[in-house]
Write a protein that binds this ligand. Sequence first.
Ligand SMILES: C[S@@+](CC[C@H](N)C(=O)[O-])C[C@H]1O[C@@H](n2cnc3c(N)ncnc32)[C@H](O)[C@@H]1O
Length: 376
Amino acid sequence: MIKYLGSKRRLVPALTVLAAASGARTGLDLFTGTTRVAQAWKRQGMNVTAVDSARFAHVLARCYVATDPWAEPTLTPALSVAVDRLNALPGRPGYVTATFCESSRYFRPENGARIDAVRDAIEAEYAGSDLWPVLLTSLLEAADRVDSTTGLQMAYLKQWAARAHQPLRLRMPELLAGPGRAVRGDACALAGAPELGEVDLAYLDPPYNQHRYDSNYHVWETIVAWDAPSHYGVACKRTDLRDPSTRSAFNGRRTMPAALARVVTAVRAEVVILSYNNESWLSYEELHELCAGRGHVEVLAFDSARYVGARIGIHDPAGRKVGTVSHLRNTEYVLVAGPRARVRRMVDAVVAAGLGRPTDRPVPVPVGQPRVTLPV
Ligand SMILES: C[S@@+](CC[C@H](N)C(=O)[O-])C[C@H]1O[C@@H](n2cnc3c(N)ncnc32)[C@H](O)[C@@H]1O
């Protein structure tokens, strides 16, 4: 799975228990990102719909959530042949080499040329086929294994990361049997829309701050779009990211509360699970109130590590340390809202499994040190 800030890897065991205890057969992962929550739910037999506005997240969802290898028995053998073929292709320098290896340094040029050749072949030979999202996922994951970043694409390392010297090699994504759907779009427009239908359980994990996912992962956006966009700045971001219409309401302090309220209210699900943390724009009380319209609300708290930047500290462009390292942990809230008996059963199951603790009050943020602020 790709490196992804905000991925809920550590919450997956608790979210799995919550889903099992709810008895849900259908689920909605409305901000699916890496799709790891949707995958966990699909693995336990649920029919899941995975939604995200980012192109690369949609491709991951088409691969891991919407593709059903049982329904298409010829897919896995065809995938194996295609991966071997793509791995045998020699490099051919193109947009990725020029932009992400020469104008910037996300990949070594030999790997950039291989990404160019493989991406061209995926488009030329598999566009429109069921293999397209699976092969593209395989390429994104292969590129992620040889990149030279700390996990965000707003910058790259001054010295090549050790993994960047490894040759790019595609692997077969581990496809999950069973039905599922992938939808690309804005959660604000989709929540409540007939297109998504009604589900037993919805998981909402919106961005928590101004940092945009399509911008922080612009290299993946461009590899998926394959549209050779003009770019700007040292990070070589896509110029269209500057267009205000591409901004998510969840990345604005003023727009986020209303957007979240709209989504929580509109989503058609019996039980809603909302993730948020204790140092972002909405307080514990505001989150609680937001969810109360859906019925009984319980909150679980999870201790969590902050972004790697918080551990490294703040440096100026010459690499000198200019800030202090702030606190290293924060708290992730998971609010569960819906019919009382079901919500209680779900939360009790998580507590009994030793996977989370309930809280009925805000968990304070450590005080005293400045917070780390990342450039947008
Ligand atoms: C915190 S991440 C979700 C992480 C995910 N739960 C995981 O475990 O990988 C938030 C996601 O919301 C998506 N997003 C941002 N604004 C959106 C919008 N308006 N509609 C749908 N998705 C949006 C981002 O692309 C990002 O993938």
